[in-house]
Design a binder for this molecule. Structure first.
Ligand code: TMP
Length: 240
């Protein structure tokens, strides 16, 4: 499958999106740009794009093998990019948590790292101007983002993704604490997992040292951000 990169159609906070010569496909390039707090804090992290893409491609490959439908098609034109199916993005961020931390602890004041019974799932409405507010299942349906049936499907897929990604990082000596995924719709109506699954969108703790191997290093000014991403990508490459 030779897909040729076309023109840049979108430069997001962390990813660049290119047209391709196949109208059904896009090329998604992970950049070294990093941001937190709805874009208020920004920087450039050497090696992040390639590391994220290596990790994301390996996870999407695993999901596809498990029969979980994703947008992933194959390698892109460079090490930071992948070819994906063009899909209509559903304006939700679906967050899965194995342990409470981050905004959950801030919202509810429970002890940091309180374990959940299974996977706790919540949703935010993707809107930069509204600051990505939490959204309830009833509001998702009432606002026409998903039907009740589609919401049930997304919950089921998110739970399957949760255990697949937890198992994936465990093989790299990392504990998955929480993650965010996004979904899109293909022209035929099928709902698929889109975007990326990487240390930008997951919290992963090294099982030996207890250190963060993800964007928390940037959010909390812990230092060695590039080193953490590159180290995790090395472990992923060793595994595959
Ligand atoms: P939170 O604790 O800040 O809500 O984050 C939960 C998980 O979701 C964490 O792994 C980071 C990820 N996440 C994103 O990838 N993008 C976002 O915009 C937010 C708010 C969280």
């Amino acid at each position: 499958m030779a897909v040729k990169r076309g023109k840049l159609i979108h430069a997001g906070k962390a990813n660049n999106v290119y047209e391709t010569d196949n109208p059904n496909y896009l090329e998604l390039e992970a950049s070294n740009r990093i941001s937190a707090g709805n874009g208020e804090k920004r920087d450039v992290i050497e090696g992040k794009g390639v590391a994220n893409n290596t990790i994301s491609k390996a996870i999407f490959t695993k999901l596809e093998k498990l029969g979980i439908p994703t947008h992933y098609v194959g390698e892109g034109s460079n090490d930071a990019s992948k070819i994906v199916k063009k899909a209509d993005a559903i304006l939700l961020e679906v967050i899965g948590r194995f342990k409470a931390t981050g905004s959950y602890v801030k919202a509810y004041g429970v002890p940091n790292m309180m374990p959940f019974d299974g996977v706790y799932i919540e949703y935010t409405y993707k809107s930069d101007s509204a600051g990505d507010p939490r959204i309830t299942a009833d509001a998702i349906v009432a606002n026409g983002l998903l039907s009740r049936r589609e919401l049930g499907y997304i919950e089921y897929i998110t739970e399957r993704v949760a255990y697949a990604v937890k198992d994936f990082f465990a093989k790299c000596n990392g504990e998955l604490i929480d993650f965010k995924i996004e979904f899109g719709r293909l022209p035929n109506g099928q709902i698929i997992v889109i975007d990326e699954i990487s240390p930008d969108t997951c919290r992963i703790i090294d099982m030996t040292t207890g250190q963060s191997l993800d964007k928390d290093r940037f959010r909390k000014d812990l230092g060695a951000v590039s080193e953490a991403y590159v180290e995790l990508a090395k472990r992923v490459e060793k595994m595959s």
